[in-house]
Design a protein around this ligand. Structure first.
Ligand code: SAH
Ligand code: SF4
Ligand code: F3S
Length: 437
């Protein structure tokens, strides 16, 4: 039996798909090359914005063709989309050729669900999650160099635009001993980089019986032999403590990069977003980070067109982007999400205005990213070499400690090692260079 997984959305989903693959392979499934030779397709979905959902529906429609040609072809859907009741209802009524809807918390039951749906001809739903978080599931790592390790699940922040707390549930922290054991095993298996995952890693530990916080976790992971680099995503500005800044500064394995979503440069909009910080507080945090870690790279997420965003609010965002000089930014058009408070707000912004604001924001950020990348030309950077470059088979590819993508000329033996790379050229999305050791 062969399987194929399509993954949408954030790193959390990318990691969840590694678990889905691990569970299926343990049950004897093998990965397939093409859809034609596939028995089970799993869609691991995202609903953060409307276009994420649109992509999934497009894929489901394509799969109908395969189902018609092969009745044993199984379509299973998991991820954030199916945690929304209106989506479940829609799929059940309008897309009956879908076989299974399952909560990722039930991933260990997937092989059984596949068996079951072959016996009964209706959608098999396993959507109510186990309350227990599954530990010790098999994980099929997509890389042998860097690994994703979830430290919290869910989110308690209820930013007014965001669907995540509704679909991922309340924030739960994994036990520190489970995380540390997993990282130790990964180090023994040869992984060099650990990426700690959570919707808000800074609030790690809040629900644990024995106090244990995120800076402490970083310090403990920093001691694990074999790990060369530690990264984490995502940090919420409201929970970024002085202790965390100090831990980042003092732990030599923690990379000089933070992804710190600001969302807006207008304190008025930040309040309506329920973000619990002001523009001034954000700037102060960035200054603390830059003082403690002089070459730190700072990246962010920004939403344009949140309900009620005036031209003046938007100019505040542009001004903040100029002030901070982010290394790069993911920029999004606000998308109404069913069930969130912002979807009910008056003053929804016109699509044309949203698009025009996005364009202006992207132009500004691109020019900053380009200039910052250009400053690195002539320097030598430590790159963790991940493999051959996707765009140019003649080159290798990897990232600097500051998380910048570098495509460079060097011997293949460098793959899986740290290399010193001299930067010779810069673009908006990557740096070009040559190995010097
Ligand atoms: N937990 C993380 C990431 C959440 S999703 C955090 O708090 O930063 C990633 C990004 O998607 C968010 O940072 C936000 O910029 C964007 N996003 C979330 N909901 C959105 C919506 N309804 N419309 C547009 N962008 C959205
Ligand atoms: Fe969504 Fe806010 Fe939670 Fe991030 S912190 S997942 S933006 S609710
Ligand atoms: Fe999308 Fe769910 Fe991640 S909505 S962004 S896959 S948490």
């Amino acid at each position: 039996m062969k399987y194929k997984i399509f993954t949408y959305g954030c790193q959390m989903n990318i990691h969840d798909s590694e678990v889905i693959a691990g569970v299926l392979e343990k049950a004897g499934y093998e990965p397939s090359e093409t859809l034609k030779d596939t028995d089970v397709v799993v869609l691991n979905t995202c609903c953060i914005r409307e276009n994420a959902e649109r992509k999934v529906y497009g894929r489901i429609a394509q799969l109908k063709y395969f189902k018609q040609r092969n009745p044993n072809f199984t379509i299973a859907i998991s991820g954030c989309m199916v945690q929304q009741p209106h989506v479940v209802e829609y799929i059940s009524k309008k897309l009956p050729y879908v076989d299974i809807l399952f909560s990722i918390k039930n991933v260990n039951k997937l092989p059984e669900l596949i068996e079951e749906c072959r016996r009964i001809d209706s959608i098999t739903a396993a959507l109510a999650g186990n309350s227990d978080l599954a530990e010790n599931l098999e994980v099929k790592h997509t890389s042998s160099i860097k690994a994703w390790v979830p430290i919290t699940y869910g989110c308690n922040n209820y930013c007014t635009y965001c669907v995540v707390p509704y679909v991922r549930g309340r924030e739960v922290s994994r036990l520190p001993e489970d995380i540390l054991r997993e990282v130790k095993t990964l180090a023994d298996e040869g992984f060099m980089e650990i990426n700690l995952l959570g919707q808000n890693v800074n609030s790690y530990g809040k629900n644990l019986d024995k106090p244990f916080d995120f800076p402490e976790l970083l310090r403990k992971i920093n001691e694990i032999e074999g790990i060369e680099r530690i990264r984490f995503i995502t940090s919420h500005p409201k929970d970024l403590s002085d202790e965390l800044v100090l831990a980042m500064k003092e732990c030599e394995k923690v990379c000089e990069h933070i992804h710190l979503p600001v969302q807006s440069g207008s304190s008025r909009i930040l309040k309506k977003m329920n973000r619990h910080y002001s523009r001034e507080h954000y700037i102060e945090l960035v200054n603390k980070l830059k003082d403690a870690i002089p070459n730190i790279s700072i990246t962010t997420d920004i939403i344009v067109g949140f309900p009620g965003e005036t031209e003046e609010d938007f100019l505040d965002t542009l001004d903040l982007v100029k002030t901070i000089e982010f290394d790069s930014a993911f920029t999004f058009i606000y998308s109404k999400r069913i069930g969130t408070p912002a979807a009910q707000m008056e003053d929804q912004i016109d699509d044309e205005i949203k698009k025009e604001r996005l364009k202006r924001l992207m132009e500004l950020q691109d020019s900053i990213t380009k200039r910052k990348n250009n400053e690195l030309v002539g320097t030598v950077q430590e790159v963790l070499v991940e493999g051959e470059s996707k765009n140019d088979a003649q080159k290798l590819s990897g990232r600097t400690r500051t998380n910048k993508l570098v495509n460079f000329v060097g011997p293949k033996e460098l793959i899986g090692h740290l290399a010193d790379v001299k930067i010779t050229e810069s673009h908006t999305w990557c740096l070009i260079g040559e190995a010097v050791n």
